[in-house]
Design a protein around this ligand. Structure first.
Ligand code: PMV
Length: 273
């Protein structure tokens, strides 16, 4: 009997640029070491929490596209990515394409969607180890990514000037984060995360309970931002946390009954074996 082939694709974390990326602003994203695999018999194994902003749906789209596209031992990543994007469109309506792209290519990407048919991205190699960054799961939001994107769009239609100015500020943060990653001795990650969070709060995509949690993290020396679409009525998915004291942070997560991950960034994109 033939051995089934398996495709493995990574989840992701958006360091900066969620939501604004849908409107053509840049985003900085990284593949992470939580992965999903699917075999040619349809079996799925995943360590990526579902629907929490860690790119589980994109990893599924990318891994299943890889199984469709694979020919012999060659995997055409461009084909995988464009097929996965079509699957993401079916699920999310108007995705930026950032999730499937980073899950396909892996590493760190600087990404910008110029138009439906022109999505630009560049792999970057950080010089800074981006230490002290962790991920806490606040829990699966009640709203879907499509609903959150539609929510931001309704605000955009009501007050275009205001929302555009928030997006422009997010772009400044994303650029500063890129410089932070590319400099050897950067130290601005905590401030950038804080600023990014306050801009996301002004878009209205962070729930009261998650805002409360982030203020508590700030009180004991950390900073945190929502990663991904966010959530309004209940939980807001995963948050990216900076804290210099891992032990303190993990203790806090444990007593607050929250899942915490010391994720590895810049991991490998999709592969088939
Ligand atoms: O699916 P999530 O929660 O990772 O959100 C994706 C990020 C958004 O910018 C909100 C949407 C998109 O398509 O880029």
């Amino acid at each position: 009997m033939q051995k089934p082939i398996t495709a493995s694709a990574p989840g992701k974390i958006i360091l900066s640029g969620e939501h604004s990326v849908v409107y053509g602003y840049p985003a900085l994203i990284s593949a992470i070491n939580l992965r999903l695999s699917i075999d040619s018999k349809g079996g799925i194994l995943s360590r990526i929490p579902i629907g929490c902003g860690m790119g589980s749906s994109a990893a599924l789209a990318v891994a299943s596209s890889a199984l469709k596209v694979i020919k012999g031992s060659g995997l055409n990543l461009e084909k995988v990515n464009s097929l996965a994007y079509e699957l993401e469109k079916k699920q999310h309506g108007n995705p930026s394409g950032v999730d499937n792209t980073v899950s396909t290519y892996g590493g760190f990407l600087w990404y910008r969607k110029e138009s439906e048919s022109l999505k630009l991205f560049k792999s970057i190699r950080p010089k800074n180890r981006l230490d002290n960054l962790y991920v806490i799961n606040t829990g699966r939001p009640l709203e879907s990514t499509a609903e959150m994107v539609a929510f931001v769009n309704s605000g955009y239609k009501k007050n275009k000037a205001k929302i555009e100015s928030v997006f422009k500020s997010i772009e400044q943060v994303a650029r500063a984060f890129l410089n932070e990653a590319l400099s050897k001795n950067g130290s601005s990650a905590p401030d950038l995360i804080k600023e990014n969070e306050s801009l996301l709060e002004s878009l209205g995509v962070v729930s009261e309970s998650t805002i409360g949690l982030i203020r508590r993290i700030e009180k004991f020396g950390g900073s945190a931002k929502v990663c991904g679409a966010g959530g309004i009525k209940g939980n807001s998915g995963v948050i990216l946390v900076f804290h210099k004291d891992k032990e303190k942070l993990f203790k806090f997560a444990k007593t607050s009954n929250l899942e915490v991950f010391a994720v590895k960034f810049g991991t490998k994109g999709v592969y088939v074996k």
